[in-house]
Design a protein around this ligand. Structure first.
Ligand SMILES: Nc1nc2c([nH]c(=O)n2[C@H]2C[C@H](O)[C@@H](COP(=O)(O)OP(=O)(O)OP(=O)(O)O)O2)c(=O)[nH]1
Length: 139
């Protein structure tokens, strides 16, 4: 049976743009653009995992808003990834990159022109169709 891999990512918002992060070349799916985040550990909620990953990957703190799209699944050679993405905002902007070679703030209309891993595409599609000014962080 395939390994089930539960992953959480942040669609970081600023000024109507979304942050895309390019995975370092030496990593799985190297060179592809992704939502910063990573694997959820057994005793973590997705939100706890997302905060921890942003601390590890960027040395940054975030606040987490609503889920951006339904969880997407894709069967890679190394296992089946279940990706859940939340809208989030940065409280700090250190961007101390350890897992990524670049970051980029993109408009929703530009999201489709980047190279994303297969599991991300339904989520990219949903975000591209969303009015980002309406994403609510008040709850
Ligand atoms: N963070 C994140 N991971 C994604 C996205 N899309 C996608 O397929 N993934 C995959 C890549 C990885 O296999 C997994 C996330 O794991 P990870 O980034 O914590 O760790 P990794 O497997 O790269 O770690 P490593 O052992 O290769 O260093 O999910 C995405 O948009 N964001």
């Amino acid at each position: 049976m395939k390994k089930e891999i539960y992953v959480v990512g942040a669609a970081l918002l600023n000024d109507n743009r979304i942050l895309a992060a390019k995975r370092k070349n030496n990593r799985t799916l190297g060179g592809m653009w992704e939502f910063p985040g990573g694997k959820i550990k057994e005793n973590e909620t997705p939100q706890e995992a997302l905060k921890r990953e942003l601390e590890e990957e960027f040395s940054d703190k975030i606040i987490i808003g609503p889920q951006a799209a339904v969880t997407a699944d894709y069967e890679y050679s190394f296992g089946r990834v279940h990706l859940t993405v939340y809208y989030a905002k940065l409280l700090t902007q250190n961007f101390n990159l350890v897992a990524h070679s670049q970051i980029c703030w993109v408009r929703s209309s530009e999201l489709r022109s980047l190279e994303w891993p297969p599991v991300d595409w339904p989520i990219i599609e949903k975000i591209a169709q969303t009015d980002l000014r309406r994403v609510n962080f008040d709850d």
